[in-house]
Design a protein around this ligand. Structure first.
Ligand code: SF4
Length: 332
């Protein structure tokens, strides 16, 4: 687990609206290694989902546009690829699981039909990897892989006959049917209850172990990050503010926003009133505060924070932070 599979460099994705330019992703850098589970965490509207959509070149244009940066996947810049090439990459090399399986599956087709579709298009027609006769067998195999009970019979059922967890597992089967090297999961467990959430997370871990798939998890849920990820990036108002391996981030968070996020997680046994909230509001992405975008909410804000954007600096082997508290080497 060492070579980068994906390198995102200086990514900027803006939305050009009548009321102004929304800088949803404003200079993001990270990489995902082969076989790694990497998490991006942050509040709603911080730019994490737009980052994922940018990787797949699925940002709605207009009004959205990737205005700067590189997305290097398997050594090639995805931003230089034609639309047709990107469509093939999305079907075969990078797949995405969306938040809500209820709206992602088509109610008028059987689950078997929906899993078969990408297999027929990519593996039979485009790549000639299998014959059309082998597709039904492959569909059953995929349902088995994601642990749908009695797959031979359930393959002819419709989405409404499946529970929420089974629908999400069906989505995962569809996305994995062409053996992608990168799976992007955007809030994969938000629409399911906690027991199903545990099953989905277990399944994704097992798939990484069995198939070596790299996974990018986008979530607001630090519990999901703690359970799943090898490394994590914390996003705030369009920027990554801290990045570290999972142990370091949870045991020794440095950025005041990361610390505030962790302090806001409910703990078992905590007394009433011990839960902290982050003061202030998420800033406007059209007219963000100057300097550090977190400064209006930061208890450690200094003069420099109101004027100068803090560059990302390395403070440990895998630990990066963008905060003036550390730029002079003074670690707090
Ligand atoms: Fe707080 Fe300043 Fe660090 Fe921003 S740069 S998080 S305002 S201390």
């Amino acid at each position: 687990m060492s070579k980068p599979l994906l390198k995102v460099q200086g990514l900027k994705t803006y939305f050009f609206l009548e009321r102004g330019v929304v800088k949803a992703v404003d200079g993001v850098d990270f990489e995902i290694k082969k076989g790694e589970i990497f998490g991006v965490v942050g509040e709603t509207g911080c730019g994490k989902s737009v980052t994922a959509l940018s990787i797949l070149r699925l940002v709605q244009s207009p009004p959205g546009k990737i205005v700067e940066g590189k997305i290097i996947f398997e050594g090639e810049n995805l931003l230089k690829k034609s639309k047709e090439r990107m469509r093939k990459i999305r079907g075969t090399k990078i797949s995405m699981i969306f938040q809500d399986p209820h709206t992602s599956l088509d109610p008028v087709f059987t689950v078997g039909h929906q899993i078969a579709e990408p297999i027929e298009l990519h593996q039979v027609i485009e790549q000639h990897l299998i014959s059309a006769d082998e597709v039904p067998k492959k569909v059953i195999e995929m349902l088995k892989l994601v642990k749908i009970p009695d797959p031979e019979h359930r393959v002819v059922e419709y989405p409404h006959q499946f529970s929420g967890g089974m629908k999400q597992r069906t989505m995962i089967a569809m996305m994995l049917s062409c053996n992608p090297s990168l799976l992007i999961a955007d809030e994969p467990t938000t629409a399911v209850d906690v027991t199903i959430q545990a099953q989905i997370l277990d399944l994704m871990r097992e798939l990484r172990r069995k198939l070596g798939t790299s996974i990018l998890i986008i979530t607001h849920n630090l519990g999901v990050i703690a359970e799943m990820c090898d490394r994590v990036a914390v996003m705030y108002a369009g920027n990554i503010v801290e990045q570290a391996d999972i142990m370091t981030l949870f045991e020794s968070p440095k950025h005041p926003y990361t610390r505030a996020l962790l302090a806001a997680v409910p703990k078992v046994g905590a007394k009433k009133g011990e839960l902290e909230s982050i003061t202030g509001m998420v800033p406007s992405l059209i007219t963000p505060p100057p300097g550090c975008k977190f400064h209006p909410r930061c208890p450690h804000a200094m003069d420099i924070c109101r004027k100068k954007f803090p560059q990302m600096i390395k403070i440990g082997k895998e630990h990066l932070v963008s905060c003036h508290l550390y730029s002079g080497g003074a670690k707090k």
